[in-house]
Design a protein around this ligand. Structure first.
Ligand code: BES
Ligand code: ZN
Length: 456
């Protein structure tokens, strides 16, 4: 291993140049105008994987953005096969004016590299590519059989990846899945994730009168769809953070005593957390701690709301339409399809007769949970301890990677979440960044992890 450790140290500057190149593609999966950039990014990964010595490298088209696949299967039948998954698509960059440097021109400031996708997830995909490269460059081989897929639609709900997996079950057959698309617990606290939340994402369109009206002529006589929508949203949750949709909590499994105690043992300060966000006080479901609220309880949030006159100055108008995007984070046992039905029925029930409501589901993903006491988790834990010089903690995550459950259902494979980001690295927000020490340690950890998996 020492030859690999040295190789990783010696190649630090080159890694940075390569990471900057990877980060320069504006691979925003949700923007139709970036379709070409997304494809070019996939082609970049393909050529990079070929260069580092992976085999059967191919771009598989889907009905959306393509999947890049590669493997190296010469470790032998007695060695496990690891499926490494990541995504090369990124979130939109708006509000662009809040970026200190352009989002697709990566810049190093202090210990961090700033660019869209640096933490989520290109930096972490690069970590695995460099760990594989180190083994292949120094030993001419890998300690385990590796399959790698990097998709281009994670940020829009992995819309076509399920079909790709179900159509390529043999190609993707594996013993365990490894994903680096989550975070460490804190700056000096490496972590291994064992649960993710699911998601049910809805859109509401509320229509009042058949056209915009003069608010002087009609105001007072006709309901305003924006006001009606505000009332609907306000009725979805009480002021103690409890969601009021009938049946919403039916499938929520309460945290058991052991897990609750585990959460409570982790260092956490509400005060510090609030201060970092410039809020006077935190808000969440009554009776739960912040970690419980973000990891193990479902939520409902309005992600966007619009309608009426949004230009500068004033326009006296009673608008015809109002819109809102509402998402619910779900815990592993909740079914997004069922939640969509409950949400729709409840919204219909509380919508006044004065307006019409159109309810659409945008995308869904199931939560996931993996057992901690497996040999894969033990190998991950050993690798983290060596790579970071500190024992990792086992954590849940509040975010979603819907494909994790698909891997379980279609390939019968559990996932190890080996996250190298930090919770405050501004994923999905301006000035997204990745700590470069964690990037280097991540490469080392991943390289060690492959060795540990071979021994497992
Ligand atoms: N990397 C995140 C998932 C994540 C974030 C896990 C934070 C744990 C902590 C991923 O790229 C992501 O943002 N996923 C989306 C999924 C959605 C679009 C279906 C999410 O969680 O919003
Ligand atoms: Zn991600």
């Amino acid at each position: 291993m020492s030859n690999i450790t040295n190789f990783i140290k010696e190649n630090k500057d080159r890694y940075l140049t390569e990471l900057k190149h990877f980060l320069s593609f504006p691979s925003i999966s949700t923007n139709p105008e970036n379709k070409k950039d997304v494809l070019e990014c996939a082609e970049y990964i393909k050529s990079h994987l070929e260069k580092i010595g992976l085999q059967n490298v191919a771009i598989y088209p889907t009905d959306g953005h393509p999947v890049v696949y590669a493997d190296w299967l010469n470790a032998g039948k007695d060695k496990p096969t690891i499926l490494v998954y990541g995504h090369y698509d990124v979130q939109p960059v708006d509000p662009i004016e809040l970026w200190t440097s352009p989002p697709f021109e990566a810049e190093v400031r202090g210990e961090n590299i700033y660019a869209r996708g640096s933490a989520d997830d290109k930096g972490q995909v690069m970590i695995h590519m460099k760990a594989l490269e180190a083994h292949l460059a120094k030993n001419g081989s890998l300690p385990v059989n590796i399959k790698l897929i990097v998709e281009g639609e994670e940020e829009i709900g992995s819309v076509h990846l399920g079909d790709f997996i179900s159509g390529h079950k043999d190609l993707l057959k594996c013993d365990v899945v490894v994903i680096s698309d989550t975070s460490m617990y804190d700056k000096d606290v490496p972590a291994i994730g064992y649960a993710l939340r699911g998601l049910c994402y809805m859109q509401l369109e509320v229509t009042g009168p058949n056209r915009d009206l003069h608010s002087g002529q009609y105001g007072g006589a006709v309901d305003n769809p924006i006001n009606a929508l505000a009332h609907i949203i306000a009725k979805l949750k009480d002021d103690k953070g409890k969601i009021l949709i009938d049946g919403f909590y039916d499938d929520v499994v309460p945290l058991d005593k052991e897990e609750k105690e585990g959460f409570a043992k982790l260092p956490f300060s509400d005060k510090k957390y609030a201060k970092g966000l410039d809020v006077e006080e935190l808000f969440g479901e009554e009776g739960y701690t912040t970690l419980e609220r973000t990891w193990a309880r479902p939520t409902l949030d309005c992600n966007g709301i619009w309608g009426g006159f949004m230009g500068e100055g004033a326009k006296t108008v009673l608008p015809s339409k109002a819109f809102a995007k509402i998402s619910m984070r779900l815990v592993p046992n909740q079914d997004p399809d069922k939640i969509e039905k409950l949400f729709s029925a409840f919204v219909r029930k509380i919508t006044p007769k004065t307006v019409k409501v159109k309810i659409s589901g945008l995308h869904h993903g199931k939560g996931a949970m993996t057992p901690i006491d497996t040999k894969w988790m033990k190998a991950a834990s050993k690798a983290m301890a060596q790579g970071f010089g500190k024992e990792p903690v086992f954590i849940r995550e509040g975010g979603s990677i819907p494909i994790v459950l698909t891997f379980k259902e279609m390939l019968d494979a559990d996932t190890v979440l080996l996250g190298f980001g930090l919770p405050d690295e501004n994923a999905h927000s301006p000035d997204e960044h990745l700590n470069l020490n964690n990037f280097q340690n991540g490469i080392l950890t991943s390289a060690i992890f492959y060795d540990e998996l071979a021994k497992a």
